[in-house]
Write a protein that binds this ligand. Structure first.
Ligand SMILES: Nc1ncnc2c1ncn2[C@@H]1O[C@H](COP(=O)(O)OP(=O)(O)OP(=O)(O)O)[C@@H](O)[C@H]1O
Ligand SMILES: [Mg+2]
Length: 144
């Protein structure tokens, strides 16, 4: 299934993400594609807000951050992974990503997945963000 949105503000992007989060029955892998400042972290903040997480900051330097989720029947942990600084599959695997994405109590959100698309789980949601103006973003959500 494919859905296409046009967002005109940071808040609108977060609302689109919030709605996507509200439809998740269990944890999955959400891949966020798009260039620098496309809105990947902004989108992740919208997802996180649905789970009661209000302070989500980019994990660029530490690669992965983990947030406990207390308000969802199935999802217990949100993981936010940024692959921007990683250069090999071994480096990613050191973060136990397979264990994380195989567990439906985990919601795993990945920025810069295009770097390692071959190893990502088939069962995932791909989200493509593209700047089409100063405050405008095209957002394409593809559920496999
Ligand atoms: N419609 C919009 N949707 C999302 N962000 C927007 C929008 N309009 C403007 N922005 C701004 O664009 C920037 C997006 O930054 P963000 O950190 O989310 O990007 P990113 O894709 O995570 O970048 P990086 O690759 O550096 O991690 C923010 O400053 C945000 O306020
Ligand atoms: Mg980011």
């Amino acid at each position: 299934m494919e859905q296409l949105f046009v967002s005109s503000s940071t808040e609108e992007t977060q609302e689109i993400a919030y709605r996507l989060a509200s439809g998740l029955k269990k944890g999955t892998t959400l891949c966020l594609y798009g260039s620098l400042a496309a809105g990947k972290t902004t989108f992740t903040q919208g997802l996180a807000s649905f789970f009661g997480i209000s302070r989500l900051v980019s994990p660029t330097f530490i690669i992965m951050r983990q947030y406990p989720v207390t308000l969802h029947p199935v999802i217990k942990t949100l993981y936010h992974l940024d692959l921007y600084r990683l250069n090999s599959v071994e480096e990613i695997k050191a973060f136990d990503v397979e264990e994380i994405w195989n567990d439906p109590t985990n919601l795993l959100i990945i920025e810069w997945p295009e770097k390692f698309v071959d190893i990502l789980p088939k069962n995932r949601i791909d989200i493509f963000l593209k700047a089409t103006g100063d405050n405008q973003r095209e957002i394409r959500i593809l559920t496999h």
